[in-house]
Design a protein around this ligand. Sequence first.
Ligand code: NAD
Ligand code: GLY
Length: 362
Amino acid sequence: MSVLYEIPVELHSSRYRVMLGSELSTSIQSSELFQAASQIILVTNSTLEVLYSPFIELLFKEVTQAVVRVTLADGEHYKTWASLDKIHSAMLAAKCDRNCLVLAFGGGVVGDIAGFAAATYMRGVKFVQIPTTLLAQVDSSVGGKTAINHPLGKNMIGAFHQPSAVYADMALLQTLPKRELSAGIAEVIKHGLLADRALFDWLHLNMSALLAFNPTALLHVVKRSVEIKAKIVGEDETETGVRALLNLGHTFGHALEAVLGYGSWLHGEAVGCGLVLAGKLSQRLGMIHPTQVQKIEEVVASAHLPVRVPAEAPTQALLEAMLHDKKNQQGQLRFVVLEALGKATVQTVPLALAKEVIDKSR
Ligand code: NAD
Ligand code: GLY
């Protein structure tokens, strides 16, 4: 099998392609980027190193240059300065130069750390994303946001650094735990809600195929999501305008994640619930109809994602977390809300309204 679709990402700073297909190791290996690299640094985690050792072996089968392998511990808890240091130290020990290529093989955690390592090594070297989770294929591998966490805040230390290519290989998704698949679907629902009514309606009808890991269904949602994200990032690379729409559901979602404690709910689970809350807020603002909110709730619930705010997340704590969100400015709560299913906008919202929506969602 090989590349089935190539989706261009056209930015002011760079241009690259997202390749979609199945069993892409040979295509990756024969790419110009691979051939031109002086050294290749593979960054992955301990789970994927074992699970995909045949894929990785195939990837480096004919490679003549030095390959440096960095395996990080698995989990959000390891998205830290220490992991970043581990990558940089391996690169320095192997005397990697400015023409080296960092390869991120993993989900959003590996992609964000490896991308940040590439952004900061010798003031920036090239990197390629091979996203292995649905969330990473539809969202985090595209757009160049790279980061690590700080004890005082998630993703607080980072840089915009675009990949030179992204290879989204559908075959890799077949081993995903079901909970991780659902978490990725949350970001797909988000894309439908903010930009593509047809995608949202498709999800309403085809959720069971997606949950059954149907390859055609997966390819469809990854393709549409990447197209939507590529267009938005192409208009606003560094989030000074329209890119903020990609945060639909995230103001509530980030607050839920923070208050429940990172690792309790997955990011995508918090986003799923956040989408329902954003829908309710939009209805409260008179922008959408209650039947549309009901449809959002149905689609989110059908993906096995939470739709209610749990008792363990008190309203006051959620409001405080939202006021501290790095996306808010000067103490004002700014939310992405829906003008219709498939159309979003950003609006400043009184705290009392956010409180009302949370209280009524228990
Ligand atoms: P993750 O990277 O932690 O992966 C989830 C789990 O699935 C891990 O245990 C991983 O080892 C495992 N896994 C990965 N691929 C697998 C496969 N093919 N088969 C079996 N298991 C597999 O989580 P994620 O949801 O991919 O990413 C979340 C991270 O992404 C967060 O840190 C978040 O901040 C970041 N993120 C970044 C952006 C961005 O634009 N840069 C956007 C959204 C999220
Ligand atoms: N995940 C949101 C963004 O990339 O802007």
